[in-house]
Design a protein around this ligand. Sequence first.
Ligand SMILES: [Cu+2]
Length: 306
Amino acid sequence: MRSVRRTAALAVVGGIAAATSLLPALPALAHGAPTTPISRTAACASGGDRTDSAPCRAARDANGGPIGRFDNLRVANVGGRDAQVIPDGKLCSGGLPDFRGLDQPRGDWPATTVTAGGTLKIAYAGTIPHQGSFRLYLTGRGYDPAAKLTWADLGKPLAEIKDPPLREGAYRMSLKLPQDRSGRHILYTVWETSSTPDTYYSCSDLVIKAAATARPPSAAPVAKPAAKATRSPEPEAVAPPAEPPATTSAAAAPADPAPSLRPAAAAADDHVQLGHQILIGATVVILGVTAAAGLLRLRRARTTKD
Ligand SMILES: [Cu+2]
């Protein structure tokens, strides 16, 4: 009996050791950021995939040191009061000193080329599921990329999407873009989680191109009316199907950059969200108990035979 107990104890220890060794394979204690269209965090923050680019180096200089982790731009206890809590000019950093370099107005942030009036497919990397709502804002027609982003630039959200599907490491959403924007714009994404106290903020830079239905340019200069023509009817005929092919928009975006942005080991992560810890704790306990029970059964079977 003593040896059985010892075996059981060893098995528990072994099970826990085995479970612990699996931990690095589990997602790090991380959160999220848009990877399509690429956000300033996913590009330039630590763990980002364009950190060597000129705008990212400039952002680090402006930050006065390393930028925080790309998936960790979150503010606790905002509770939907985004415009009261996040100051104008600091929207891209969420007002967090660790990310202040991302607030710089620049014309060369890594951007995604999209089509006016098209459907933008969004991938928001999220390694551990949180429940919540995404509010998607787009800068208005008067937006000036040379000025810092303010709430007035954004107006009302274009869409609010609750608990979108999480597939292959990213939340998947679609957004119909307005016809009347062109050039540099910002998609501002607010993820207000309901399973944690945190709200996540991010700026994704877009270059909006006119739809391809435009007339081909003619060599001879044509007299243009001084004022814009009257509102043209929306070409609803080209409305995309529910799951539009990736080519309709975000053409310049890589098919799915989400998996390339695996957060590094949780070393510097100060995240203390109960949900994450319960998940990992439960995994350890379950693996440990399963291993112990299995070995105990084996041991018993052997003792009975003897
Ligand atoms: Cu999180």
